[in-house]
Design a binder for this molecule. Structure first.
Ligand SMILES: [Zn+2]
Length: 356
């Protein structure tokens, strides 16, 4: 009978926890030869847990599919044991159980990269039966409580900034300080907006909005406009899951194992939205996955998406699916059904943070 100690699987906290909670005290580990009275587990039990977790996330095929992973590559990826013999013994025990097989991941979208590749190469149309991937994404967002409300009573403010140089001041009005009009975006592809579709990008504080428009070596000034919420809106807040640590693939708690793939997807999406924009022409295809997701959520009644700023630590940005027609300048228009924000003028001139 082979026994495994906690130390032999120290690169995976899930397997360690499994040994600590299910193991028995014993002096000898069969793999590392360290003698100490600590919890050890029979290799057969550990292997059984590894196989159960594998079955949750993978389909096991006996005939060779087009794309697959082998048992060895799976174990190398998820069972990062320092002991080569332990890895080999685990593999041969699993093989005894399931034979020579091919593995396919069950989840459609277990990573943002998979979602991206799928939307870039397979389909761009929601009416395709393949649009199931978008439903999956929405389900993950809902199940992780990322759908939130912003109410006027919360008194949240959002800001937009426009840069100018001292000798070349811009006119301060809603046309310039609010969201773009569709005709302004004809040639502009952005994270959440394809050309011709206006999206209102704003920040939740002034420091962040100034950092967002600052560029290395760009000296100058900026105006800031402020917006107040007049009606309740529904948003996806991707910043809520950003600091959550990823549970192990082998966590002893099944709900945590399920949460793992959700978090990988959400954090991948979130990183993609926060990534600095590189206008090198590739944005036309690079932004397709996030544009598709934004369009889909908009059709599901979502008004915007909150994401982290890459330029100001802990700063938050929001992309609202709003155009000029959703904003009012004076109170008398604020009761119209499609008016969500009130434009507030700020007469000050701000200097741009230099060298960001
Ligand atoms: Zn050991």
């Amino acid at each position: 009978m082979s026994l495994v100690c906690e130390k032999c699987v120290e690169s995976d906290p899930g397997l360690q926890k499994f040994i600590v909670t299910r193991g028995q005290f014993s002096n000898n580990c069969s793999y590392c030869n360290i003698k100490s009275n600590s919890k050890k587990i029979e290799l057969a039990l550990l292997t059984n847990h590894v196989l159960n977790c594998l079955k949750e996330s993978y389909q096991i095929k006996e005939s060779k599919p087009e794309k697959y992973e082998t048992l060895s590559s799976f174990l190398e990826k998820y069972f990062p044991s320092q002991e080569k013999n332990l890895l080999q013994d685990t593999e041969s025990l699993i093989r005894k159980e399931i034979g020579e097989v091919y593995l396919i991941e069950k989840m459609l979208i277990n990573t943002w990269d998979n979602f991206s590749n799928y939307t870039k190469t397979e389909t761009r149309f929601f009416f395709s039966p393949k649009a199931k991937i978008l439903e999956e994404a929405m389900k993950i967002i809902k199940n992780n409580n990322l759908i939130q409300k912003i109410k006027p009573i919360d008194k949240k403010r959002i800001y937009r900034a426009r840069a100018f140089t001292e000798g070349n001041r811009i006119v301060y009005d809603l046309r310039r300080m609010g969201p773009p009009e569709p005709e302004d975006t004809i040639n502009i592809s952005n994270r959440m907006s394809p050309p011709g579709v206006p999206v209102f990008y704003a920040s939740f504080d002034k420091e962040t909005v100034l950092s967002e428009i600052s560029r290395k070596g760009r000296e100058g000034c900026a105006y800031i406009s402020e917006f107040h919420f007049l009606k309740e809106i529904t948003i996806i807040d991707l910043t809520l899951s950003i600091d959550e640590s990823l549970p192990s693939f082998f966590d002893i708690d099944k709900t945590k194992r399920e949460k793992r793939s959700d978090l990988i997807f959400i954090q991948g999406l979130s990183a993609k939205l926060s990534e600095p924009i590189d206008k090198d022409g590739r944005e036309h295809t690079d932004y397709v996955p996030t544009q598709i997701l934004a369009e889909y959520t908009k059709n599901k009644g979502i008004h915007g998406i909150i994401y982290e700023s890459s330029r100001n630590l802990k700063g938050k940005n929001i992309a609202l699916f709003f155009s000029q027609k959703n904003i009012c300048v004076d109170k008398k228009n604020s009761i119209k059904p499609n008016i969500y924000l009130k434009f507030i003028k700020d007469n000050r001139t701000y200097s741009l943070p230099y060298g960001l």
